[in-house]
Structure formats: C-alpha cells, structure tokens
Design a protein around this ligand. Structure first.
Ligand code: CA
Length: 611
C-alpha cells in the first residue's frame, strides 16, 4: 500500500505486508488487490495470504491485524473490505482450488470478530451453523464439503444503510464441472448468487441465485450498483448487476425480488430468464458436465463483464458496463481428481487449448470483443457503445459533468460524453489498463486519478489470445490528471524479447501429449494457454531451463524461485512427469520458432517498476 498526497505526487508512506511468494500458487487469477476501505482515520486492507490489516491513515502504522482464513487451505483475499456500522467486512477467494467461501465482520476499532456468514453449507454430520445452511444443504449432491463447496466472495460489497443490509455476490461452486462423485450438481446454494445479510449480526435476509447449478464459472461477484429507478411509474430501490453470465439483473433490494433480466451481450447457455420464477431457461447442450462433449459457452468464464467496476449516472439514467465477448470451450475432465497443488476446476484445459492452426487462431481471435456498453436499465437495452480492440478493459467512472472515463487494454485512457458516447479526449498510458479511475477535488481543483498497469486473469491464462486486446508491457503507475496538467510520461524504449533457438532434438510424440495434459493442469493457469504467455509472466518457450536439466529440476520440482511465486511441484510431479512437461515445452518452442523464423514482436515479460 502506498499513500500519496492527493494534489501532488508526494509519497507519504508505504506499507508492505510481507506476503510470502508461495501464496501466488493458490491465486487463480493473478496477484491482485481490488481496493481498500477508509474509515475514521484508518485504512483497511486484505492481504493475499488472508490477513485483514488496519493501518493508521496518516502514518501507515498497523493498528491491528487478524488472520481471516485457514492457512492450510488455498484461501486468498483479492477483494476489497466494506466498512458499515463500525464493522469491517471481508470475503475471500479460492473456489478454483476448492475452499468453503465465507464473509467475516470484525470490529473496526479492535479487530475482534463480530460474525461470520458461510456461503455454502459444511459437512452435515457436523451440524449446520444456521437455518440458511440447513436449507442450502438440500440443494447439494455428493460429498461437496470435501472440495470445500466454493461460493467465494472475492470482489466487493454493496451496503444500504437505511435497510442495514450488506450485499455480496458469490462465486462458482467447486469444482466447475460438478461433483467429483455423486451425480449432477443441484442448485448448490448460495453459490453464483446475490445474497443480502443483516449488517449487525450477519444473519441471512434474502438471496437471488443468478445461475442455479452453475458449471460455467458464472460467479456473481461483479460490482452491484444501488440506485432508485422509476419502474412502471413507481420509484424502486434497486440493486443492479451486469452478471458474468451475460444477463443484466435489476432486483428489488428490499426483498430480493427479480424485476428484470436482459442479455447485455450474446448469450447461448440460456434462452432467457423466467421472471415469475427468476430461473434461467438453460439450453440442454450447455450441460457439458452431462453430455461429455465440448460446449462453446457464450459468455465464457471471463464473463460478459467481470470484476472491473461498472458505473451509474443518475443524470443520464445509464449504467456504463466494461463489457466483452469471450467464448470459452468447456469440456469435462474425465480423469479429474482434486489435488493439493494447482487449480481444481474439473475441466480438460489441455484438450481445449488453442490449436496451432492459423485459420482456427484467426477465427478464435475474431470472436473476442471488448466495448463500453451504455445500458438503459429501465428499458433493458443498450443506448450506445464504444468498441475497443479486444476484451479485458478497465472499470468505469461517470461524473456529474456528463463524462465517462475508461482505460483500455490497448493503453488509452479515454473520456466520453456520457449522454451519447462521443469521444472527447484520450491519453496514451504506455501500458494496458484494467483498474477504474476516481475523481476528487482539493482546494477547488478537480483531479482524475487512475492506477494503470496490465494484468488479471485474461493475460495470465489465455496466453496468445490476450494480444488481441493490446501488446503493451505492464508498467505500474499512478496517473493523475487536471484540466491544466502539464506533466508528460518518460519516452518508451521497449526492446522485443529474444526468442532463443530451442533444443533441436525431436521430441517423442507420446511424451509431448502427456506433457501437454500436465502443462494444462499445473502450469497453464499462470504461464498461459498452449505454453504461450500473455505477457505478464515468463513465457516458458524462451526459458533457459529447457536446455539445462539441473536448472529445470531445482526450479520446477524444488522451488528455487519460490520467492517470486514459482513454487516447487515436488508433491505432484516426479522426475518422469517433469521430463514430459519439458518435452511439451520444447516441442512448442520448436513449432513457434519454425513458424515465426524471426524473434516475435512481443512485449517483455519483465515488469517495469517505475515510481
Ligand atoms: Ca470463479
């Protein structure tokens, strides 16, 4: 954490919580933090290793710190705390590995635990914490508690102080593809849901499940906007969400009743939402968990909208959504067994990785889209849109001055007219942008500030596909703008990464195939799809360790680079499996080298830490 004086770039203090590098191996979607809360002279932050820390806002000195998770399970905190009625409330992440999701409230002054709300039920033999868990247990099949259940609350909360309700969006059930044993998935409450609890004691108030029986990673963790809308002539207190599953939901936030659900991006998994029951009409073929066939889902797991915050302007009545089209091929992994190390999603990522066929690649790339959608939540339709190069663009800010700001993956920070989408201004930020901007004024001068930098699950996992959106390296900076601002960024001098000649020896096809499966299971969730890094973590096709037995072993098995987040895979990979992964990587490097002949124009994987 860093604290800057708002009107200058003076760094006042910084605080490093000292998170061990090994924690990176149980964070599905990049090493990220989605924000802090400020309350009565303190700043509250969750750490990747599951601590919640209160810092003095002026000095940055810790006031208290509490461990919110079981350190023996693959939990993390990537979300932002909420402070309400003297309590600081935090969730956790880990449903891609297998944990039991929950939300905990602590006394903001002392750090003493006030309450905990579990999203999913535990082992029935141990009894249930409350009636909500007892009811939820009836909607599960198999021995779900062995995989934790999932349903993690890994992004942000919303809060209505009049109603005293805290709203949370919950993540997918674990694993994605349904129970490991015990038949098809039931509704699996309260995963993939919007849940309201009472702020004082954490007791259940209501829930609305956006995706009952989710097997598509349709987390409901997207930002939830509270507003008063005039619907059928009546003012209604609503909660709005552009869900990962492609539907834009308007709920009555007093009761949780569905008011409307309209697709804001192309959707093929459901025909629509029955407004009487609130349930989606799911297409039979979408159930790859039952068919055993590939299902190309729209949206895919990246969502029609992910965690990047949307924004609402009461002046225009429009919601501004960082929307995208990114289908995903789902296929059940028939040999799936949960393991202690690596992701546990139950889908066959090796079989569905991007084929090295130019036509197929071009078709897949053409299917990826990203845009700013200005959405009319009352009429249930788009008012205007601004297209971007590809998916995974930044969060939104709309202002009373009829402006909407958004940063893009291609590195432009843009201001649009909020009412009609006319582009008014843009600034080249020299790096991809995923965060949302903020605005504030000091001594009558208004500022717009944004944290720029490229990362998150899209460049981490999708590899080559991430270049559709932009090919700029990560540069982590805080940029602040004012109408009369005169600062300029330093000039860019990027050198394309060298692509060294891979080992020449032909690789045995059976070993390569076995290595591909292992790579997808253990390596691809960080180093990218089909051994092609998305530009924020080293691309293993270029690794010097490919030609050095000892180096390969000490890094991959023994964890020589653990301080940088590369854990040792000794518990899961013996020497034989290790050699298979290397064969696969060498084969991929040979293929790429032959195809491209010359060093590819790819951004350096080395982050630039520019203060
Ligand atoms: Ca998820």
């Amino acid at each position: 954490m860093q604290a800057f004086r708002a009107a200058t770039d003076e760094l006042l203090w910084q605080f490093d919580p000292g998170v061990p590098g090994a924690v990176a191996a149980h964070i599905c979607c990049d090493v990220v933090n989605r924000g802090v809360a400020v309350y009565e002279g303190r700043v509250y932050v969750g750490t990747l290793d599951g601590r919640l820390i209160a810092l003095d806002a002026k000095s940055g000195k810790p006031a208290w710190s509490v461990l919110t998770v079981d350190p023996h399970r693959p939990y993390a905190i990537t979300g932002v705390p909420l402070v309400a009625r003297g309590k600081v409330i935090i969730g956790n992440a880990g449903a891609e590995f297998g944990v039991r999701g929950y939300v905990t409230a602590y006394d903001a002054r002392t750090g003493k635990q006030a309450w905990r709300f579990y999203v999913v039920p535990g082992n029935p033999a141990l009894g249930f914490e409350n009636d909500a868990m007892k009811r939820a247990a009836r909607t599960w099949s198999g021995e779900w508690w062995k995989d934790g259940g999932g349903g993690t609350v890994w992004n942000s909360f919303s809060y209505d102080p009049e109603l005293g309700l805290v709203y949370m969006g919950t993540g997918n059930a674990s694993p994605w593809s349904g129970p490991v044993e015990g038949g098809a998935r039931g509704d699996a409450l309260y995963t993939a849901s919007i849940v309201a609890v009472h702020v004082d004691d954490g007791s259940y108030a209501w829930h609305y499940q956006t995706t009952p029986g989710d097997v598509w990673d349709y987390d409901a963790d997207q930002s939830m906007t509270l507003a008063t809308l005039r619907i059928d002539g009546q003012p209604r207190k609503v909660l709005m969400q552009a869900n990962k599953n492609g539907f834009f939901y308007v709920l009555d936030r007093v009761t949780g009743k569905l008011l409307s659900a309209k697709g804001y991006v192309p959707i093929n998994w459901a025909k629509g939402i029955d407004t009487a029951t609130g349930r989606p009409e799911v297409v039979a073929d979408a159930h790859y968990d039952k068919s055993g066939k590939v299902w190309l889902g729209m949206p895919g797991g990246l969502g029609g909208h992910n965690w990047q915050p949307m924004s609402f302007s009461p002046d225009t009545g429009l919601v501004y959504i960082p929307a995208q089209e990114a289908p995903f091929p789902y296929l059940k992994d028939r040999d799936f067994k949960p393991e202690a190390v690596g992701v546990n999603m139950g889908v066959d990522l090796a079989a569905t990785s991007l084929p090295q066929d130019k036509k197929v690649k071009a078709a897949v790339l053409a299917s990826l889209k990203g845009f700013l959608s200005a959405w009319d939540p009352v009429a249930g339709r788009e008012a205007w849109r601004a297209d971007h190069a590809g998916p995974w663009n930044g969060g939104l800010l709309s202002t009373a001055g009829n402006l909407v700001f958004q940063g893009t993956a291609a590195g432009e920070f843009i201001a649009y007219r909020a009412s009609d989408g006319a582009q008014l201004w843009s600034f080249p930020a020299q790096t991809g942008i995923i965060a949302a901007p903020m605005t504030f004024s000091v001594d009558g001068r208004q500022y717009v500030t944004i944290v720029v930098g490229w990362g998150g699950v899209f460049p981490l996992v999708t590899g080559e596909l991430a270049y559709k959106s932009g090919r700029l390296p990560n540069r982590s900076r805080v940029l602040t703008f004012a109408l009369d601002g005169k600062a300029a960024l330093p000039p860019v001098n990027d050198k394309p990464q060298e692509f060294p000649a891979p080992p020449a020896a032909p690789q045995d096809a059976a070993r390569v195939a076995a290595g591909a499966k292992l790579y997808a299971r253990y390596c691809g969730s960080c180093h990218g799809d089909a051994a092609h890094s998305g530009g924020i973590i080293p691309d293993l096709r270029y690794s010097k360790a490919l030609t050095d037995d000892d180096l390969w072993r000490v890094v991959v098995l023994q964890g020589a680079l653990v301080a940088h987040g590369m854990i040792g895979f000794e518990p899961s990979l013996g020497a034989g499996r290790l050699a298979e992964i290397r064969s696969y990587l060498i084969a991929r490097a040979q293929e790429s080298y032959a195809a491209e002949k010359a060093p590819p124009k790819e951004p350096s994987a080395t982050p630039v830490n520019d203060p």
